[in-house]
Structure formats: structure tokens, C-alpha cells
Ligand binder design. Structure first.
Ligand code: SF4
Length: 342
């Protein structure tokens, strides 16, 4: 459904600059920006996928992944078609890239109808405490996410972004008051973003730092692709960057499987264990390995090393007392409002 994409500004003639992400596309009439969902309709920018999610599910919050935000809770999750990146390894490429080059009428008709009110009502009626904007990049469907998040917060729900972190400053200024937590991909070094993702690392690093300082709960994910972003130096650079913001920020190391245009072999378990060691040695208190079953998906108290949150197949067994280790009382960083206690 077409809806004014108000996070934009007019330029000369009928060209419009989109302000939703750090590409800042200058879009002439009759064209979309890089993401393929923001369309210049005679000098007015329109979001073609407002209220048209292409993927809807109720997931465990651990699937986002968020491990320190209401562990064990369910989250209603929506995403549209399109993306502002074009990662060659995208694990969701049918959704994120399939719309590109399609006529605007096809993009407009994608997904199913779900207004912000219908999404919020669904959560309230089914006692689902939170909504996530996920599956594709929510920055590109800003106005739909904004209206839904605002309404959700006004009704006492929590809100989550799962993002590549490439939002514009303008988007974060508007969205931050309405979002409780975010998982941001930090995919690799500068060159990796240029050659493999179609993006830039600088705005992402700036946004991770800004959001943490603003008080949003932030967790970071890196998908390890053998030979592309998994050297000791590359991983140490990411870990050092996160520690420089806060050693409390959880880092998720995710196993890659060949997908879309990338045919590197699946990440060996040894690489994930090596990355885990690099993260811990750098000083991060909470490092996790995902997309494969290991012992690195539990939360351990950073002081006495007791297993304080156990996870297996999205089943969560929480031993925390409020937000503290039951053995030594060390406070575990996170937001633990909807905890499922022992
Ligand atoms: S969201 Fe980003 S990629 Fe899409 S039109 Fe706006 S600036 Fe371009």
C-alpha cells in the first residue's frame, strides 16, 4: 500500500532526497531508491510497502537474537520486501532482494495487509508483549515501523529493531523514543561492506555507539564467513570496537551457511570457538555462538561464572534473581522486565 514517505525532503525540480538511511538517495520522479520500496511519485516520496508485511511470525525473542532483553518471551515479528544493502550472502534474499527491478505495482501488492493498529491489536489479543521489525531492513519501511512502534508503546508493548545499523541520523532522532532494543549486524571490516554488502561501516559504528549512549538496549551480531571476515585481526577489530563502547554489550557470532550469491563453505565450529575466545580476551563479558548448537549459547555470570541463563533450542531456563546472579549477586547487564523465573 502506498503511503507518504515523510522522512524525505524536496530537491530541485521534482527530485526528492530520502532521509531514511545513510545512502540519502536522491530520487528522480518515477524511480525508487536503492531499497526499491521508496518511490518518487511526481515529486512526492511514497513508501510502497506501508502496511504490507511480506513475513509475519511470532518468534522467541532469542531468535532475533536478543539474549539480554526479556529472555524467554515471545515477540510478534514483521518485515516487508526490500533492503538498502545487497549482501551477497543474504540468508533472506528472496524477501530482501526479490522486489528490486520489479514494477512499482508489484512491490505495492507484495505481502499481506496489516495496518499498525491490526498489528498492535493482534499482540494485545494474544498476550504477546512485544513487536519486532525484522526479517528485512526496517530502516527502509520507516513510516510503517514508526507508526506501529509508537502505537505499540502507547499500549504498553515493547518494541525491537533488527537492523544493519545503516539508519540516518534523522531516522534515529525520530525512532529512538519508540524503540526499546535493537540487534545490529556488524558484518566485517570496511572493505567487506564495500565489496560484499553495498554499504559503509562508518555510519553503523556511529549508530551503535550513539544508541548505546542514548540508553537503548543494543546487542551486536557478526555472521562469520570463512575467508571473508573471520581472520583474527578482523574479529579482534570488531571486539575491540564493542569493548570501547561497553564490555556489557553482547556479541553474537553466527554460523554462516552458503546462500544467495556466496558459495564459501559453512563456518567451521573451530572458527566460531576461535572468535568466541577473541571476544572474551578483548574483554567482552557476554559472547555467544549461534546457528549451531554449542555451550556458548548460555549466559554465564562474568564474576563467579555460574550459568545464570540456560538456552537450548530456544528453550530458556532463567536462574537470575531479578537482574542479578543468584550465587554472587553480580548484576547482569540487560533489560529483564518480563523474566520467566525458575
Ligand atoms: S531508505 Fe535508504 S536506500 Fe531506500 S530510498 Fe531511502 S536512502 Fe535510499
Amino acid at each position: 500500500m502506498k503511503h507518504p514517505a515523510w522522512l524525505s525532503r524536496p530537491l530541485k525540480g521534482q527530485t526528492v532526497e530520502c532521509l531514511a538511511c545513510s545512502h540519502y538517495c536522491k530520487i528522480p520522479p518515477g524511480k525508487t531508491g536503492i531499497c526499491g520500496v521508496r518511490y518518487n511519485d511526481n515529486g512526492q516520496l511514497q513508501l510502497l510497502v506501508y502496511g504490507r508485511p511480506g513475513a509475519i511470525n511470532t518468534d522467541p525473542i532469542e531468535k532475533k537474537p536478543l539474549f539480554h532483553f526479556d529472555p524467554g518471551s515471545q515477540i510478534f515479528s514483521i518485515g516487508t520486501v526490500g533492503c538498502n544493502f545487497s549482501c551477497l550472502f543474504c540468508q533472506n534474499w528472496e524477501l530482501s532482494q526479490g522486489n528490486k527491478g520489479q514494477p512499482k505495482e508489484t512491490v505495492e501488492a507484495s505481502g499481506i495487509a496489516l495496518s499498525p493498529k491490526e498489528a498492535v491489536d493482534y499482540c494485545l489479543n494474544n498476550k504477546i508483549p512485544a513487536i519486532a521489525f525484522t526479517y528485512n531492513e526496517p530502516a527502509i519501511f520507516f513510516e510503517y515501523a514508526f507508526d506501529t512502534a509508537k502505537l505499540a508503546k502507547e499500549h504498553g508493548l515493547k518494541t525491537v529493531y533488527v537492523s544493519n545499523g545503516f539508519e540516518s541520523e534523522e531516522a534515529l532522532d525520530k525512532m529512538t523514543p519508540w524503540i526499546d532494543a535493537i540487534n545490529i549486524d556488524l558484518k566485517g571490516p570496511k572493505g567487506f561492506y564495500h565489496t560484499i554488502c553495498g554499504g559503509r561501516i562508518e555510519p553503523i559504528q556511529k549508530n551503535i555507539e550513539r544508541l548505546w549512549k542514548d540508553g537503548m538496549w543494543v546487542e551486536v551480531t557478526t555472521l562469520l564467513i570463512p575467508g571473508h571476515n573471520d581472520s583474527d585481526e578482523e574479529l579482534k577489530a570488531i571486539a575491540d570496537f564493542l569493548v570501547s563502547i561497553s564490555p556489557d554489550m553482547p556479541w553474537h557470532l553466527s554460523r554462516y551457511f552458503p546462500c544467495y550469491k556466496m558459495d564459501a563453505p559453512p563456518t567451521p565450529l573451530a572458527s566460531l570457538e576461535r572468535a568466541y575466545g577473541i571476544g572474551k580476551k578483548a574483554g567482552l563479558k557476554y559472547v555467544y555462538v549461534g546457528n549451531v548448537q554449542t555451550d556458548y549459547e548460555h549466559t554465564f555470570c562474568p564474576k563467579c561464572h555460574k550459568k545464570v541463563i540456560e538456552r537450548k533450542d530456544y528453550l530458556v531456563h532463567n536462574h537470575l534473581r531479578k537482574d542479578a546472579c543468584p550465587k554472587c549477586g553480580e548484576v547482569i547487564a540487560g533489560r529483564f522486565g518480563n523474566l520467566l523465573q525458575d
